[in-house]
Design a protein around this ligand. Structure first.
Ligand code: IDP
Ligand code: MG
Length: 170
């Protein structure tokens, strides 16, 4: 309890269905702070790292394709990633998101209202929502660099990086 942070993703089906505004509106009812936000093209490495705890599940391969938006292709092969912060944030945001299985989710929750189960059996449930503080910390550090979050939430350290190639505006 207390002040918590968590990672929320609008998954590719949420973007394809043009639900970004609806989802952010529902989440905003909890009156929490957005302290990081970006669009991300998810590669296989990030997808597998994000869902590492589910690697032995029969639906893992399909889940990795789903979070990368492979089934939808361009331009829906991406997600919107957010870091939210607030009092008891994880439990409250998961309540707004709804149960994992969209058919079992409260119909007024995001997943209940907008999710579906595909004919292949994938739960296309529109959003990801961290489920406990340790998972949230792991996920936020996986998806965001310290400078992409506008408040200091975890300890950082300075390192000197030499001869690292990186893209800058021309
Ligand atoms: P969560 O997203 O509610 O935390 P997890 O168990 O962490 O649920 O599963 C991650 C994602 O994997 C779900 O959001 C859903 O898209 C998918 N998933 C979970 N369980 C199943 C299942 O039994 N069949 C198909 N897809 C599933
Ligand atoms: Mg989960």
């Amino acid at each position: 309890m207390g002040i918590e942070q968590l990672l929320i993703l609008i998954k590719p089906d949420g973007l394809k269905k043009s639900l970004t505004g609806n989802i952010l509106t529902k989440l905003s009812e909890a009156r929490m702070l957005i302290i990081g936000a970006k669009a991300v093209k998810v590669n296989e490495e990030l997808a597998k790292a994000h869902y590492q705890q589910l690697k032995d599940k029969p639906f893992f391969g399909e889940l990795i394709d789903y979070i990368q938006g492979k089934i939808y292709g361009e331009p829906w092969d991406r997600v919107m990633a957010f870091v939210y912060q607030g009092e008891d944030a994880i439990a409250r945001m998961r309540k707004i998101a709804g149960a994992t299985n969209p058919e079992e989710a409260d119909p007024v929750s995001i997943r209940g209202a907008y999710g579906r189960i595909t004919t292949k059996g994938v739960y296309e449930n529109v959003v990801h929502c961290s489920s406990d503080p340790l998972e949230a910390q792991r996920e936020i550090k996986l998806w965001f660099k310290p400078e992409e979050v506008v408040m200091p939430i975890y300890p950082t350290k300075k390192v000197i990086v030499e001869k690292e190639e990186k893209e800058v505006w021309a």
